[in-house]
Every structure is written in structure tokens, then in C-alpha cells.
Design a protein around this ligand. Structure first.
Ligand code: GDP
Ligand code: GDP
Length: 461
């Protein structure tokens, strides 16, 4: 086994079954068999050359406790971990985000807090929503922000890279120049990935006309492509930003187009919600198209709240602006009705367009790219907490029964959509209205206008 002695050493720690070997395999890649066959490499310390987006290091897995007697496990783990920590540059402390924190995790956390080796907490098995709870719990270990990872599916590797980089040496940093970060969080990569856009709304709002107008305007049409589902078509095309001249890829979903021919109008009304649901599964950004000659109707609100509940970015566009009467009254009326009808989300962006004349279509696309960027961004913890201190100072949390609720700290744990975790004490008593004050503040002050923001509360220990 050609281990390079000059590389930094990263050690993987954690109780059995959290995914340490899976992570080790992912970082080492094909060398797995070679390492296992190597005589003299003990079962409980596997070493390998790891590669992560251009970072090279030696990775050590402290596996091998699977057959251990449960009573002696903690003691033996501790001894071995302490021995492995000596000489390590960083330790990855892996927990199972699906299972949540166990007493053994907490015990390991306690002695890692005493260690001088930098620790990165890994909330593994975090693919999908099932890992959210464990990810949030992992903050309470007091070992810094956990990295959400799926070792099995390879998700979150760019976050792991970000977390490791500061702890590895200067030589590593130089190599970092050539690194290709391929995750959605990276801004350039994001701009290269097609914007997944859906246009939803009631029948006759002008969805088909709008889609045709967008596609016809652009000669670089590369679709249509075979269906995403039986009832929808995805079309890949390129939008040219008229201001910068940049050409940007868009993948548009057309759910309603096919139904239209088959169904009568009152059935279509009912299908609008089902179509929107389809579109939401697919899209990053959803445009809710309203009809200027009809205004905002109940079903529009229903679709809008569904989009936000599903965590997608939402733009509202009023179509048929060319035939709108009392344009400013209409516009303000719709804004007010949205604010009232969607009590959780104030100040959604509203645009005026005409699919027929082409008015406002470039502005709509520009806005869609902007809200996707917001939906995908992470606010640095320092900046976030400076903001947090200010809003708390301006309007302190209430003191129900004379006892103060303490809000300590906030961090952004997720993107796409953004999710925040706030730590404090007596959080069960924090009124919904105050939580809304914070969520609206995040949206307004930190650039999440069109984006649903989630806030989770965790008791600080
Ligand atoms: P170790 O004992 O900590 O080395 O854990 P293993 O790597 O052997 O993994 C334990 C189990 O968790 C195995 O069944 C893996 O397939 C599974 N596993 C590992 N990583 C992931 C992950 O990211 N997601 C899910 N869902 N399962 C995982
Ligand atoms: P869909 O059911 O949402 O796909 O709606 P369509 O695209 O079929 O449009 C319904 C009707 O509205 C058609 O008669 C269109 O010509 C008309 N329409 C669509 N967009 C506009 C627009 O911007 N201005 C005007 N005046 N009419 C429009």
C-alpha cells in the first residue's frame, strides 16, 4: 500500500454502523481491496490515500467494533480513539443523522471536546428529509457546525471539503486552486446547471402562450425532450440575458399542454392543482401565472401555498398586462391579497407580463435566476448572528410569566430551500408571532424574498 508519509492525516471516529467504512471507501475509491488484503494492517485501523475534490490526505478508519461486547465497547473505543488521535491533523466524528444522537455518541462527543485535534462533525445518512432531525441534534454536541453528508450517495462532499480545508496545510491550499467543486452551492456550477422552471396557474391564465413566447423568442431551442412524467414535457432551451449577453440554460416543464386537448374546462379547474403538484416535484423555481382580467382567486392562493410548503422558490406573474384595466390598482390589490392570503410569507415578488406582446418576459427570467441563487445560498454564520443580535435588540423576545426566553445563536443548516436552526432556552414558550417576526426578517434582510424559509428551534444545553 503506497501511503504517502508527507500527507496530512484525517481520522474517522464514531460508534458502529454510522457509516464510517462507507465514508472511508468513498474517499479512498478503488484502493479498498488493496488495503484490506494488506498484511499487517490491523482490522481496527484501516489506512488509505484519500482524494476529495483535489485535496489529498491519509484517511484512517477506526472500524472493527462490530462484534464487540456492548458493555466493554465504550471503554475500548475511547482507548483506541485516543491512540488514533495522536498525530492526526483532523478527526471526522461521524453520527447517524437518521438515528439521531445516541448516549454513546454523546459520550464520544464529551471526550472529543477535550481533545486538541480539530473535530469536524459529520451527520451521515442525511440524504432526503429523514436526516434533518439528527442534523439539527448534532449541533448540540458543541463541536461546531455539523456537515450533512450521505457517504452512500456521495452528497455533501463539497461541504466536507470546505470543512476540512482550513485544517490541512498550506501546500494543500495551493492545490486547491485547481479544484473543481461540482456541487450546487458553487455559484459558477449553479449558473451552468439549467434553471428548472415551471409555470403553473389556472386554465386560461396564458401558460401555453407564455411558454410558446419564451421558446419562440429564442432560436437556440434544443428540445423538446421526452417526458418527465406521462403528463408533462420538459423542454431544454437557452435564454440570452439582454443586459449582459450571457446565454443561460433553462429547462422548462409544460404540464398542462397535453391535458388541455383531452378535458373540458371545469375538469381543468380541478386539474390545475394536480398539475402544479407535478411541476413542483420537478422545479427549482415556480412561476404562478395570474390572469389580469380575473385577478387573484382562491385557487391561486392554494397553489401558491403548496409551492411554498414544498420548499420551492415562488414568483407571481400577472399575465395579459396588455389588456389590464386600472393597472396600478390591480397590482396593489393582488399584492395585498397575497400578503393576507399567505400569512406566513410577506412581500412575495410580483411581476407584470404579457405573453402576447412579450412585455416583461426577460425580467421574469432574470428574476427566476436570481431567486434560484437565493434559494441555493448559505449565509455565513458570523454575518447571520450580527443580524440576529440586531433584530433581538430592536424587538426582544417576550417574557411570558415574567421569565425571559433566551435566544442565543442562529445558524443556517440547509440550502435549497434554506433552513435555519436557532438555539436558546425556554423555546417552547416562544410565540408563533415572534418566530414569524424572525422568519420575515431573514427573508427581508438577508435576501430570501421569493424563498420559503424554515426555522427550527433547539434547546441549548
Ligand atoms: P461503520 O460501522 O460506521 O463503518 O458503518 P458502515 O459504513 O459499515 O455502514 C453501516 C450501514 O449504514 C451500512 O448498511 C451502510 O450501507 C449504511 N450507510 C452508510 N452510509 C450511508 C448513507 O449515507 N445513507 C444511508 N441511508 N445509509 C448509509
Ligand atoms: P393556459 O390554459 O393557461 O395554457 O392559457 P392559454 O395560453 O391557452 O391562453 C388562454 C387565452 O388567453 C388564449 O386565448 C390566449 O390567446 C390568451 N392570452 C394569453 N396570454 C395573453 C396575453 O398576454 N394577453 C392577452 N390579451 N391575451 C393572452
Amino acid at each position: 500500500m503506497a501511503l504517502s508519509p508527507d500527507l496530512p492525516t484525517v481520522i474517522i471516529i464514531g460508534r458502529p454502523n454510522v457509516g464510517k467504512s462507507t465514508l472511508w471507501n468513498r474517499l479512498v475509491g478503488k484502493k479498498l481491496a488493496l488495503v484490506d488484503d494488506q498484511p499487517g494492517v490491523t482490522r481496527d485501523r484501516r489506512m488509505g490515500d484519500a482524494h476529495l475534490l483535489g485535496l489529498d490526505f491519509t484517511i484512517v478508519d477506526t472500524a472493527g467494533w462490530e462484534d464487540e461486547d456492548a458493555a466493554t465497547l465504550p471503554g475500548r473505543m475511547r482507548k483506541q480513539t485516543e491512540a488514533s488521535l495522536e498525530g492526526a491533523d483532523v478527526a471526522l466524528f461521524v453520527i447517524d443523522a437518521r438515528a439521531g444522537l445516541t448516549p454513546l455518541d454523546e459520550e464520544i462527543g464529551r471526550y472529543l471536546r477535550e481533545s486538541t485535534v480539530p473535530i469536524v462533525v459529520i451527520a451521515n445518512k442525511a440524504e432526503g428529509k429523514a436526516g434533518d432531525h439528527g442534523l439539527f441534534e448534532a449541533f448540540s454536541l458543541g463541536l461546531g457546525d455539523p456537515v450533512a453528508l450521505s457517504a452512500e450517495h456521495g452528497e455533501g462532499m463539497a461541504d466536507l471539503f470546505d470543512a476540512l480545508l482550513p485544517h490541512l496545510d498550506e501546500g494543500q491550499r495551493a492545490r486547491d486552486e485547481e479544484v473543481i467543486v461540482d456541487e450546487e452551492e458553487d455559484e459558477e456550477a449553479l449558473n451552468r446547471a439549467p434553471l428548472k422552471l415551471a409555470i403553473v396557474g389556472r386554465p386560461n391564465a396564458g401558460k401555453s402562450t407564455l411558454i410558446n413566447a419564451l421558446l419562440q423568442e429564442d432560436r437556440l431551442l434544443t428540445g423538446p425532450e421526452a417526458g418527465i412524467t406521462r403528463d408533462s414535457i420538459a423542454v431544454d432551451w437557452q435564454w440570452t440575458d439582454p443586459d449582459s449577453g450571457e446565454v443561460r440554460p433553462v429547462r422548462l416543464i409544460d404540464t398542462a399542454g397535453m391535458r388541455k386537448k383531452a378535458l373540458v374546462v371545469d375538469k381543468l379547474e380541478k386539474m390545475a392543482v394536480a398539475d402544479a403538484r407535478h411541476a413542483i416535484d420537478f422545479a427549482e423555481v415556480v412561476v404562478l401565472l395570474l390572469d389580469a382580467t380575473r385577478g387573484l382567486e382562491h385557487q391561486d392562493l392554494k397553489i401558491a401555498s403548496m409551492v411554498l410548503e414544498e420548499g420551492r422558490a415562488l414568483l407571481v406573474a400577472i399575465n395579459k398586462w396588455d389588456v389590464a384595466e386600472d393597472a396600478s390598482g390591480l397590482f396593489n390589490g393582488i399584492r395585498a391579497a397575497l400578503d393576507e392570503g399567505l400569512a406566513q410569507v410577506k412581500g412575495l415578488p410580483v411581476l407584470a407580463v404579457s405573453a402576447r406582446t412579450g412585455k416583461g418576459l426577460d425580467t421574469l427570467l432574470k428574476a427566476a435566476f436570481e431567486v434560484r441563487a437565493a434559494w441555493s445560498k448559505r449565509v455565513p454564520t458570523g454575518l447571520l448572528n450580527r443580524w440576529f443580535d440586531e433584530v433581538l435588540a430592536k424587538n426582544p423576545p417576550p417574557a411570558p410569566g415574567g421569565k425571559r426566553i433566551k435566544l442565543r445563536y442562529i445558524t443556517q443548516a440547509k440550502i435549497r430551500p434554506p433552513g435555519f436552526v436557532m438555539f436558546g432556552t425556554r423555546l417552547d414558550d416562544l410565540p408563533m408571532s415572534y418566530q414569524r417576526y424572525l422568519v420575515n426578517g431573514i427573508r427581508r434582510d438577508l435576501g430570501f424574498d421569493a424563498v420559503p424559509v424554515r426555522l427550527t428551534l433547539r434547546s441549548a444545553k
